[in-house]
Design a protein around this ligand. Structure first.
Ligand code: SF4
Length: 340
């Protein structure tokens, strides 16, 4: 295969979970050029880290960007097109691109654009669901899936190790001897955010215990990070100041990340940074677990969980107990265990 196109226009976290599939494309077809269509603002990271060779960015609700990508690709005939993104709009984009074989998941309208539509294997976490698309073109991947331990629910982090062929790891960077602890208090969705007061409490304790604390996140998370920095002035606030590659470097030098269920949690998996991940309105059975082995999940059982596929901007029942009842002391105990 000379040219492989991967189409994933979802949020950063979802695209980071595509990295195991992209790594497998490189492994199976080492002489191919890998092309990626993704959401605006994310693509550079994928070429800088040499995960793909070419990127094309689209912006949601901006048809000119889609037209631009169509024009750029009109003279390329791809050997293989893979897409784990099931939106109608992505299907229309894929329809306009030339490829010998187009593979995605089954949905009633997908047959309009794709040659092969496989059942999305929901019993697996998202990273494995995406690699599963390659079973259409690779005996090796089919064999690897047949050998997976089916007594394990791969969506739940447990003692079973993620096999080497399926990891998101780009390089091993985390250092237990480091004094640096990162906090990622933001999220696209307000209900997925652990209270900022609790993060400030953790930051204060970590500083008192001689740690270096770094706040990380995107530009839109600057407000919550500024609030925490104001409460604990000794911490560093890098939110909105780092590119994704720079953030990866920060993570590679740190000992621990404490994060909501958001993009930084998935970024930490790329360098094996041990992570405490706090889950509220979403649950692990959705399949979006941190895709690495060094992870501690903090969550509590409540009858209202889960309350939506992604989270909401306000708690539907007005309590936000899924987050508030995970007290800072409970997370501090995990930090003590992990950092000693
Ligand atoms: S309804 Fe329940 S799970 Fe959803 S945000 Fe509120 S407390 Fe959390």
């Amino acid at each position: 295969m000379q040219n492989i196109l991967f189409v994933q226009t979802a949020f950063l976290g979802d695209l980071l979970l595509s990295i195991p599939t992209l790594k497998n494309c490189k492994r199976l077809f080492p002489n191919s050029k890998i092309h990626l269509i993704c959401r605006a603002g994310i693509g550079d990271f994928f070429t800088e880290q040499k995960i793909v060779d070419h990127v094309y960015e689209v912006q949601k609700n901006n048809s000119a960007t889609y037209k631009n990508v169509r024009n750029k690709l009109k003279d390329i005939s791809f050997d293989l097109l893979l897409s784990p993104h099931e939106s109608f709009r992505t299907m229309l984009l894929v329809k306009s691109i030339r490829a010998k074989l187009k593979v995605s998941y089954k949905k009633w309208y997908q047959f309009y654009a794709y040659d092969k539509c496989v059942n999305r294997p929901l019993k697996y976490p998202e990273a494995l669901r995406q690699i599963f698309l390659l079973t259409e073109v690779s005996d090796d991947i089919r064999k690897k899936f047949s050998e997976l331990n089916t007594n394990t629910d791969w969506r739940i982090p447990s003692d079973v190790k993620i096999p080497d062929w399926a990891t998101a790891s780009l390089f091993e960077g985390s250092s237990k001897s480091s004094k640096k602890v990162c906090l990622a208090p933001g999220s696209v969705w307000a209900t997925k955010m652990w209270p900022k007061e609790y993060y400030a409490d953790l930051a204060s304790s970590l500083i008192k215990n001689g740690h270096e604390v770094v706040l990380v996140g995107g530009k839109s998370e600057r407000v919550v990070c500024d609030w925490i920095k104001n409460e604990v002035p000794q911490i560093q606030n890098k939110a909105g100041e780092t590119s994704l590659s720079e953030l990866l470097k920060v993570f590679s030098e740190a000992a621990l990340l404490i994060s909501n269920d958001s993009g930084p949690m998935h970024m930490a998996s790329l360098v094996g940074l041990p992570t405490i991940a706090i889950f509220g309105p979403t649950v692990l059975s959705f399949g979006y677990r941190p895709w690495q082995n060094n992870v501690t999940i903090k969550q509590i059982e409540l009858p209202c969980r889960p309350c939506g596929k992604h989270g909401h901007n306000a708690c539907p029942i007005g309590t936000h107990d899924c987050m508030k009842l995970i007290e800072a002391e409970m997370v501090k105990k995990n930090i003590m265990e992990l950092l000693g």
